[in-house]
Design a protein around this ligand. Structure first.
Ligand SMILES: Cc1cc2nc3c(=O)[nH]c(=O)nc-3n(C[C@H](O)[C@H](O)[C@H](O)COP(=O)(O)O)c2cc1C
Length: 425
């Protein structure tokens, strides 16, 4: 008995020593030691190349990591008819017919009582510019403050339901509570949509909301964001998934906004009828004038054309600028031969004005507009048309005409990355 107990102890000790030796051997191998503390859920699916970290999943436990989250502002009246707003991220469309929106609220919120009482609410969809109001409505309670009064936002009595909407918000949705579910921490109110109203300024010609113009606010993990760029139309994957990129290759993440803008710039040839403001044009030209020039001569003049008649006349006569008929404005970048200096330096005006043009195109992209470089110089016929239509003085030579407007979303960037174009020495 004594002997077998001794043998068992020896056996257990041997197993333990071997286990330690084996684990030490693994550690000292040249495999990267990136194994997460929590076992990968699909460890057996990872390839032998353990550098493919992106496919390695790490369990985070039970967390609210759902992206993007909305940040809706819910309007309601209290028993006395005082309007209130509260921010809700636990919300979204939950049924198509009847169209319904679910919003979950903690019993501690003032709005919870209001919705339970009035069986009505409005969903106010914010643009990114309204982030501060969204944040405010989500930090303070209607029990303690009059949020409309404090923010200066305007409550408007719902047309169809007993709840106020916020005048300043671009989309407002009136809902009638049809059901609620007590889920635990929150009560989920189901609201049947009775009416949706949207600001005219964010609508396309077909009456649908233009997401770029709306610029909806996104809530994600303690921060607010605005929406990214247009990627592709729904359904395009069916045509193009086979080997071809669905959209330009975004696998590369850009380190800063400047690179994002450079890579998302595209030649935009389709515009909506949304006007472009003087302030936007000035922002664009400020970027143009920031370009480098030979011996800092800045040998340029920028003509801004917004008259429909002139845009159309140019569009009629310039063979590759037909989109001027749709564009809301055009910038004509001209070389100024008086500023261009002596003969030797004069040769640089094309480079200088080209650098300004690229800055202009990038600035256009960065503020959500679209543009395309249509050449004038060195084509005699085209430069003559521009000189005639704009009545240019002899010293101004038009390098190009850049139609500008709000993009319809049809034009997308091209992936022009070709490693073969680089000669490494
Ligand atoms: C971005 C954000 C999202 C929020 N989402 C919710 C939510 O979905 N449900 C909820 O009960 N509270 C949510 N809150 C907290 C409420 O908005 C907050 O408690 C508010 O003060 C309630 O207002 P009230 O008491 O006037 O109704 C959120 C707050 C923020 C800032």
């Amino acid at each position: 008995m004594q002997k077998s107990k001794f043998l068992n102890i020896i056996l257990a000790a041997t197993v333990l020593v071997m286990a330690i030796l084996l684990s030490t051997k693994d550690d000292s191998s040249d495999k990267p030691t990136t194994t997460p503390a929590v076992k990968s859920e699909n460890a057996q699916l990872t390839t032998s190349d353990s550098t493919m970290v992106p496919f390695k999943k790490i369990s985070l436990g039970v967390k609210t990591e759902v992206y993007p989250k909305p940040a809706f502002v819910i309007g309601s009246y209290d028993k006395e008819g005082k309007p209130n707003i509260m921010t809700a991220a636990w919300a979204g469309i939950c049924n198509s017919d009847p169209l319904s929106i679910a919003v979950s609220m903690r019993p501690a919120t003032y709005s919870y009582g209001n919705l339970t009482e009035t069986k009505s609410f409005t969903v106010n969809i914010p643009s990114a510019e309204l982030a501060k109001y969204v944040d405010y409505a989500g930090r303070l309670s209607g029990k303690d403050v009059d949020k409309f009064k404090e923010t200066g936002l305007t409550p408007v009595k719902g047309e169809f339901v007993n709840a106020p909407y916020v005048k300043e918000f671009p989309i407002v949705i009136e809902c009638e509570v049809t059901a609620f579910h007590d889920l635990g921490s929150h009560r989920q109110f189901i609201g049947k949509v009775i009416d949706v109203k949207a600001d005219e300024a964010i609508l396309n010609a077909d009456g649908r909301v233009n997401v770029n113009l709306l610029n909806p606010l996104i809530y994600g993990g303690g921060n607010y964001y605005e929406t990214g760029r247009f990627l592709a139309k729904v359904g395009e994957s069916l045509d193009e998934i086979d080997g071809k990129p669905f959209v330009p290759d975004y696998s590369q993440k850009y380190a800063n906004d400047a690179l994002e803008v450079i890579h998302s710039r595209k030649s935009v040839r389709h515009f909506t009828d949304q006007p472009v403001s003087k302030q936007q044009i000035e922002t664009i030209l400020r970027a143009g004038m920031a370009a480098p020039t030979a011996v800092n001569r800045q040998p340029w003049a920028f003509y801004v054309v917004t008259e429909r008649e002139t845009l159309d006349a140019l569009g009629e006569q310039l063979p590759y600028a037909k989109m001027l008929h749709q564009a809301q404005a055009a910038i004509v970048v001209c070389g100024d031969m008086e500023k261009a200096g002596n003969l030797k330096d004069k040769g640089y005006w094309v480079q200088d004005c080209s650098a300004a043009t690229e800055n202009i195109l990038l600035a256009v992209e960065s503020i959500g507009l679209g543009a395309v470089w249509t050449a004038s110089y060195p084509y005699d016929d085209r430069t003559k048309v521009v000189i005639k239509e704009l009545n240019l003085p002899g010293k101004h030579v038009p390098l190009n005409v850049i139609p500008i407007g709000y993009p319809t979303g049809e034009d997308v960037p091209k992936d022009k990355w070709k490693p073969g174009n680089i000669i490494w020495r």
